[in-house]
Design a protein around this ligand. Structure first.
Ligand code: G3I
Length: 359
C-alpha cells in the first residue's frame, strides 16, 4: 500500500496526476492565515462584488474572512444606478453598501465617469444632439453629488474617472463621447465636483494596461498636468488585469516608480491573473475547454507571489489591493481563465497559499 502511495506522489510531482492540486484543494482557508491578516501591515485587501455574492451565505463568510475593502463590480456605475434623468436604481448598490456597514467593511466607489456603462442621457438633448457642455456639467455635478452623499459614511475612496486614456495613436486621450464634447476638461470637472461632494474621500484616476510604457507615460503626464492646475487627483488606480506571463517585476516596478512620486495614494483596483497572454480591461480569449495543468497552476501562483512582493515594496504608497471578483465562478473573465485565488466552489487555490503561507 505504502509503495502505491509513493508511486502516486512521484507521478503527481511529474505532473502526471493532479495530486498536487488535490493536496492544495484539501487544505482549507480555516487552517491558513487570511489575506487581510497576511497583509495587515502593508495594505487593505479588497474584492469586487455583485449583488448575488452578498445574498449567498457561504460567499458572505468568505468575504468577511478574507477581505477588508469592497468595490461594487457594476451596480454603482452611472448607467446601472442612474439610467435616465429622473430614474435612480439604488436597491442593489444599497444591498452591498448595507452588507459592508453591517460588517464594518470599508468600500471603494466605482465609478463616477466612464465612457462605458455611462448615463449617456447626460450628454444628449431630446433630439439626440450633444447638449451644451455646461448643461452636461450641471447633470454630472448633480449625479456625483447624489451618489457620493448617499454612501459617504461607508465609501473612503472613489474611482472618479475611469479609462480616459487611449491604447494607441497620436492622441493620448481616448476619443470618447465625453472627450468629443468636452476635451479633457471633463476630467477636471469630475474631480472638482467629487471633492465638493465629499471632501474626505480619496479621489482616483483609474485605468488598465497601466504598466505599458506608452500608456503609463500618458497617464503620468495627464495627472501631472491636472494636479498642476489644481485638479484634486489624490491617487492613481492601477486596474491590474494581468496574466501569468506579465507584467514582469521590472515592468511593474517601472510603472510604480513612475507613479509613486506623483500622487499620495496608489491602489491596485481590479487585480486578476488570467492563464493566457491577454491583458487589460478587454476579454477576447475565454479559454473554453482547456484544462489547467499543475505547471500552469504553478505559474499562476508564482505570478501572484511576484506581484505581491512588488506591491509590498511600495507599501508606503499602495494602501489597497483589490481583486476583481470573489472567485473564478463569478469572474468577468470566466472560470476557465482561472484568474483568482478561489475556485468556483470557493476552494483556495495554490496561489492563495503561495501568498498567505509564512515563508
Ligand atoms: O445590467 C444589464 C442587465 O439589465 C441585462 O439583463 C444583462 C444582459 O445583457 O446585462 C447587464 O449588463 C451587464 C453588466 O455587466 C451588469 O452585469 C453587461 O451586459 C456586461 O457587459 C457588464 O460587464 C461588466 C463590464 O465591466 C462592462 O464593461 C463586467 O461585469 C465588469 O466586471 C467589468 O468591469 C470593468 C471595470 O468596471 C473597469 N475595468 C475593466 C473591467 C473589466 O471589463
Amino acid at each position: 500500500m505504502k509503495k502505491l502511495l509513493q508511486f502516486l506522489i512521484v507521478l503527481s510531482v511529474f505532473n502526471v496526476l493532479p495530486f498536487g492540486q488535490a493536496q492544495a484543494e484539501q487544505r482549507s482557508t480555516h487552517n491558513a492565515q487570511s489575506l487581510k491578516d497576511t497583509f495587515a501591515k502593508d495594505f487593505l485587501v479588497g474584492v469586487s462584488l455583485n449583488p448575488r455574492n452578498v445574498r449567498n451565505a457561504a460567499e458572505q463568510d468568505l468575504i468577511r474572512q478574507q477581505f477588508n475593502s469592497v468595490t461594487c463590480e457594476n451596480v454603482m456605475k452611472p448607467k446601472e444606478i442612474h439610467p435616465s434623468a429622473n430614474e435612480w436604481k439604488w436597491e442593489e448598490a444599497d444591498r452591498i453598501a448595507n452588507f459592508c456597514r453591517e460588517n464594518g467593511i470599508k468600500m471603494r466607489g466605482h465609478c463616477l465617469v466612464w465612457h462605458n456603462q455611462f448615463s449617456d442621457w447626460m450628454l444628449y438633448d431630446e433630439m439626440g444632439n450633444f447638449v451644451d457642455k455646461e448643461v452636461f456639467y450641471a447633470r454630472l455635478k448633480d449625479h456625483i453629488q447624489k451618489v457620493m452623499t448617499r454612501y459617504k459614511d461607508v465609501i473612503y475612496a472613489w474611482d472618479v474617472v475611469n479609462e480616459a486614456m487611449s491604447d494607441g495613436g497620436p492622441n493620448p486621450y481616448r476619443e470618447s463621447k465625453l472627450y468629443q464634447l468636452c476635451g479633457d476638461e471633463f476630467i477636471a470637472k469630475a474631480f472638482q465636483f467629487a471633492r465638493e461632494a465629499d471632501p474626505n474621500a480619496i479621489l482616483f484616476y483609474n485605468d488598465y494596461n497601466e504598466c505599458d510604457p506608452r500608456k503609463s507615460k500618458n497617464i503620468y503626464n495627464m495627472v501631472l498636468k491636472m494636479r498642476s492646475e489644481g485638479v484634486p487627483i489624490d491617487g492613481i488606480g492601477m486596474q491590474g488585469h494581468y496574466n501569468i506571463y506579465g507584467p514582469t517585476v521590472e515592468e511593474l516596478d517601472a510603472a510604480l516608480s513612475l507613479y509613486a512620486p506623483l500622487v499620495e495614494h496608489i491602489h491596485v483596483t481590479e487585480l486578476d491573473v488570467r492563464v493566457n497572454r491577454e491583458m487589460g480591461g478587454q476579454l477576447r480569449f475565454s479559454q473554453e475547454g482547456l484544462a489547467i495543468s499543475d505547471s500552469v497552476q504553478n505559474l499562476h501562483a508564482q505570478q501572484y507571489e511576484r506581484l505581491f512582493k512588488t506591491f509590498r515594496k511600495y507599501r508606503d504608497k499602495i494602501d489597497c489591493v483589490t481583486f476583481w471578483n470573489l472567485h473564478d465562478g463569478c469572474s468577468w473573465l470566466g472560470a476557465r481563465n482561472y484568474p483568482l485565488l478561489f475556485d468556483a466552489s470557493l476552494q483556495p487555490k495554490p496561489a492563495y497559499f503561495r501568498l498567505v503561507d509564512k515563508k
